[in-house]
Design a protein around this ligand. Sequence first.
Ligand SMILES: [Zn+2]
Ligand SMILES: [Zn+2]
Ligand SMILES: [Zn+2]
Length: 156
Amino acid sequence: MTNEHSVFQTLKAAGYKLTLQRRATVEAVCAAENPMTPQAFHAVISQNHPEIGVVTVYRTLDILKRLGLLCQFQLDGTAQRFKAGSLEHHHHLVCRCCGEVVDFGRCPLELETTLEKETGFRITDHRLEFAGVCRACQGKENQGPQSFSGNTGEPE
Ligand SMILES: [Zn+2]
Ligand SMILES: [Zn+2]
Ligand SMILES: [Zn+2]
């Protein structure tokens, strides 16, 4: 898990000042469980800091992105969403129903090597994302369309 202090440290090491705006954005990003759009982050941040504009949030997200501190998601032409992520190379499983994201570190690197051999490309990066329905949402699907009677005891 990424905590805000390690993000602050990475920012400082890269020469960025820890302004209030940046701090507030980092805190919002680290607190979010599921990926959110920059606008959604701005909405959260402006609850405590109404003076921080959406452009500032965009800029800070941009810095975090460049430093490799964010995971990016874009499913089916939806707006780009972000979440704090580990610096280590990893991939995602994304639930189409609730937006839950699971990180996994296993990576089909042999395919990269094979592709390089076959095509002559020197591959420098790749993205791999699986979309589907998480276990919790599958359970809901089995209950049929929104049963109002059987919803007690559901954690959530
Ligand atoms: Zn991730
Ligand atoms: Zn789900
Ligand atoms: Zn990979």
